[in-house]
Write a protein that binds this ligand. Structure first.
Ligand SMILES: [Fe+2]
Length: 175
């Protein structure tokens, strides 16, 4: 067997093709901290006293790449202290994408907490569609490769600005 044949034997099968080649955002575990019936909220900063500001934004599109207007996005995360609010709805809230599928959340940088790399939880639901439960991650985090939940497909584009952190992500959902 040549090296080339050995290499061919190790290749992954070509995945099923989608209309525009964009795979859907992967489903990930909800974890133990989700709470339903969150308030409508696009700014989490009043929920905590000290924080590093972060703006998350992006779009929701279908498998055909077209915007999914009116999609529900329900976010939950930790702040500086690395703990979820189980009593109330601090750092928890939902919003709806606009007609062009755009969404935006003024929030705070989540800390790492034991066993997890830095992340933000979210549920995304197109109007009348299935709920996608997933998480968003930050590039360049040393614990990404140690976290068994980490999915590179769910890495945001992140940059630091004088005003704080900015993260962007496009959710791709069956719609
Ligand atoms: Fe979490």
């Amino acid at each position: 067997m040549t090296d080339t044949q050995r290499d061919i034997g190790l290749l992954e099968p070509t995945p099923e093709c989608r209309c525009n080649g964009t795979p859907p955002t992967p489903e990930q575990t909800e974890g133990p901290y989700y709470k339903p019936y969150t308030p409508h909220k696009t700014n989490f900063r009043g929920d905590v006293e000290s924080y590093t500001p972060m703006v998350l934004s992006g779009r929701v599109v279908g498998l055909d790449g077209k915007p999914v207007g009116g999609a529900l996005l329900d976010f939950w995360q930790v702040g500086d202290e690395g703990v979820y609010d189980d009593e109330g709805f601090r750092l928890r809230g939902h919003q709806f994408a606009d007609d062009e599928g755009n969404w935006r959340l003024e929030t705070v940088l989540p800390a790492e907490y034991p066993g997890r790399t830095r992340h933000v939880h979210v549920k995304v639901q197109p109007p009348g569609g299935e709920v996608l439960t997933t998480m968003l991650y930050f590039p360049g985090e040393r614990r990404n490769r140690l976290d068994k939940h980490f999915r590179p497909e769910c890495l945001m584009e992140v940059r630091e600005t004088p005003e704080g952190w900015e993260g962007t992500y496009t959710f791709v959902v069956p719609a």
